[in-house]
Design a protein around this ligand. Structure first.
Ligand code: ZN
Length: 309
């Protein structure tokens, strides 16, 4: 009973938002509203189970001519470099770093403590070198392991390493306020306030989809904000079907479009997508919706070039 009411409420809230035209006044915040809102399919590729998943993901992307950014952990790439090189060879795909071994670059209240200065250096430098060696093209972006609710603001030691390694963008703002889910639809910014105007933050949005499905076996957690800035994006229970997941995804795609945001990109993990939805039905549903509402399929590098170029 409770669940039904909640779902009906969510539908009503969404309908009202659409009718009210929530874009007023917000579009001016985005760097280039004329170019529209980009949709970036991105994958944190980080464990052995990701390989089989990526075979299916890549097939869907090629069939639908959808670009993607694959953030890959150095050790994951090292274990199957030849096959990943073949899989990601298509010009539709950007390959960027997801650190060397998925260690934390700063503290995260939900996920643990930052590693030592020496380990941070290895996490930042080593995967970039391997990616460039394997794929023979520049690796310009870094997605941190797990992400943070303040990105790299104030983490000048990490920003120093990011700059020294030659990254142009990071994607580390991946949580909502107070380390909550979902991550809100934040716009790109640079770290000029910390002295790093040449390093851009390109946030990720929505849920870490593995949490939506209890794939981390965390069970019930204090994960959402109250009051919530996006109650329509918080289901009353773990999602059960690809359709459930696609329905949540649409909330973020629609809101980004309505508010004229520069981009929207959900935080996906091949291993988790594959164990939940081996046919990758959710991908097709989400990509179809992105196209139906006029989002521009892109990679993170495309977004970086637009805002910084
Ligand atoms: Zn990860």
């Amino acid at each position: 009973m409770n669940r039904v009411s909640r779902r009906e409420l969510m539908g009503t809230a969404l309908g009202v938002a659409v009718l009210a035209g929530t874009s007023q006044g917000r579009a001016a915040e985005s760097p280039s509203p004329k170019t529209g809102t980009r949709y970036i399919a991105a994958y944190d590729t980080e464990s052995p189970a990701c390989l089989q998943a990526c075979r299916k993901i890549v097939e869907v992307h090629k069939r639908l001519a959808m670009p993607a950014t694959f953030f890959i952990v150095g050790r994951t790439l090292e274990a199957n470099a030849a096959e990943y090189k073949t899989l990601f060879a298509d010009p539709l795909f950007e390959v960027a770093s997801h650190t060397w071994s998925h260690k934390l670059l700063r503290d995260n209240a939900m996920c643990g403590r930052a590693v030592s200065a020496q380990e941070k250096r290895e996490e930042i430098f080593k995967a970039k070198e391997l990616i460039e060696q394997v794929f023979e093209r520049p690796c310009v972006g870094l997605r941190s392991a797990v992400g943070f609710d303040n990105g790299l603001k104030g983490a000048t030691d990490v920003l120093e390493l990011v700059r020294a390694a030659g990254f142009q963008y990071v994607s580390t703002l991946l949580w909502g306020p107070d380390c909550s889910m979902p991550a809100l639809i934040e716009t790109p910014f640079h770290y000029g306030a910390d002295g790093f105007a040449d390093v851009w933050e390109l946030p990720g949005h929505g849920w870490h989809e593995n949490l939506l499905k209890n794939h981390n076996r965390w069970g019930a957690k204090r994960l959402t904000l109250w009051p919530s800035p996006m109650p329509e994006a918080i289901p009353s229970q773990f999602v059960k079907t690809p359709e459930d997941e696609a329905r949540i995804n649409r909330v973020f795609l629609d809101k980004a479009r309505e508010e004229g945001k520069p981009h929207v990109s959900l935080i996906w993990h091949p291993w988790s997508l594959h164990s939940f939805d081996p046919e990758m039905k959710m991908l097709e549903l989400t990509f179809a919706h992105a196209r139906a509402v006029g989002l521009i399929p892109s990679t993170y590098t495309d977004l970086y070039r637009q805002i910084a170029g």
